[in-house]
Write a protein that binds this ligand. Structure first.
Ligand code: ADP
Length: 261
C-alpha cells in the first residue's frame, strides 16, 4: 500500500508539472507542423529542400505524439466516466492494432460479449488497450509471436501481493498477454514510472505504462503484472463493476471466470 501511495503522489506531482509544459508545447508545435506541411507541399518533389522540410515535419509529428501522451498522463483532458462496455472498446482497439501490427504477429482475442458495464471513459480505455498491445508487439517483434487479448467478467476473492491489494468483488478484467522477451525482475517495479524505458530513442517514451497506471487509478481499477524472462508477460487490468457486490472470500487468492459460475 505504501508503494502504491508513493507511486500515486509521484504521478500527481509529475502529472501537473508535465501537463503545464505539454500544453504550452502543443501551442508551439501547432505552427511548426502546419508550416512544415505547407513548405513540403510547395517544394518540388524529389528536391533536397523538400526532403529537408519533410524531416522537420516528421520530427514535429513525433513531438506532437509525445506531447499527446504527456497530456493524457497529466489528465488535462475530458475524463468523464460513463457506463461503458469494455469489450466493445477493446474490439475496436484490436481492429486498429491488427491494421498496424505486421501480419507475422498473431493477435488472438477472447472477448466475453455480455460483460456488465463499468464506469469508464472510452477514449482512455482505448489508450490503455493500445499502449498494452503496442508494448506486447514490441516484446514479440524480434522473434515473432502471439498477443492474446481477453476481456472477462470475474469475481475476485481477496488478492494480496507484494505490490497491491485488490478488494474482493466483481470486475471486468482486461488482460493482454504476450510470449515475448519478458521483464527482468529489477525492472518490474519501475515500469510504471514516467520516462522509464528500455527502448531505443524514437521507439519508446517511457510514458505508456505511466499513462495506463494513471487512467486505471482514475477508474478505481487495479493492475497486475506477471512476467517471466524469455517466456512472456501478462498485464491484467481490473475495472470494478458499477454495482459492487461483496463476495465471500474463502481462500487467500481467488480469481475465477464469472462466466463459469
Ligand atoms: P515505452 O513502451 O515507451 O518504453 P512504457 O511505459 O509503455 O514505455 O513501458 C516501459 C518499459 O516496460 C518498456 O520500455 C519495457 O522495458 C517494459 N515493458 C512494458 N511492457 C512490456 C511487455 N509486454 N514485455 C516486455 N517488456 C515490457
Amino acid at each position: 500500500l505504501q508503494l502504491k501511495l508513493q507511486q500515486a503522489q509521484k504521478m500527481e506531482a509529475i502529472g501537473s508539472l508535465a501537463g503545464g509544459i505539454a500544453h504550452d508545447f502543443n501551442n508551439i508545435l501547432f505552427p511548426i507542423v502546419g508550416f512544415a506541411e505547407m513548405l513540403t507541399e510547395d517544394l518540388p518533389p524529389g528536391s533536397p529542400e523538400r526532403a529537408n522540410a519533410q524531416e522537420i515535419l516528421c520530427a514535429g509529428k513525433r513531438a506532437v505524439d509525445i506531447v499527446k501522451q504527456i497530456l493524457a498522463f497529466s489528465r488535462q483532458q475530458d475524463n468523464m466516466l460513463i457506463p461503458t462496455k469494455v469489450e466493445q472498446v477493446i474490439k475496436e482497439v484490436i481492429k486498429l492494432s491488427r491494421a498496424t501490427i505486421p501480419m507475422n504477429i498473431e493477435i488472438l482475442n477472447d472477448l466475453q460479449q455480455d460483460c456488465a458495464d463499468v464506469m469508464a471513459n472510452s477514449t482512455q480505455l482505448h489508450q490503455i488497450g493500445m499502449n498494452l498491445i503496442i508494448n506486447a508487439y514490441h516484446a514479440v517483434e524480434e522473434k515473432g509471436g502471439q498477443i492474446m487479448v481477453q476481456v472477462r467478467e470475474v469475481v475476485l476473492g481477496s488478492v494480496e501481493t507484494a505490490e497491491m491489494t485488490i478488494q474482493p468483488g466483481r470486475y471486468v478484467r482486461l488482460s493482454v498477454a504476450d510470449n515475448g522477451v519478458g521483464i527482468p525482475s529489477e525492472n518490474l517495479k519501475r515500469i510504471f514510472d514516467p520516462y522509464f524505458t528500455t527502448k531505443m530513442t524514437g521507439k519508446g517514451t517511457g510514458l505508456g505504462l505511466a499513462v495506463v497506471y494513471g487512467i486505471v487509478r482514475e477508474h478505481r481499477g487495479d493492475i497486475r503484472v506477471d512476467s517471466k524472462i524469455g517466456k512472456g508477460t501478462t498485464f491484467e487490468i481490473y475495472f470494478p463493476l458499477i454495482e459492487r457486490k461483496q463476495v465471500s472470500s474463502t481462500s487467500a487468492v481467488q480469481c475465477r471466470d464469472w462466466s463459469e459460475t
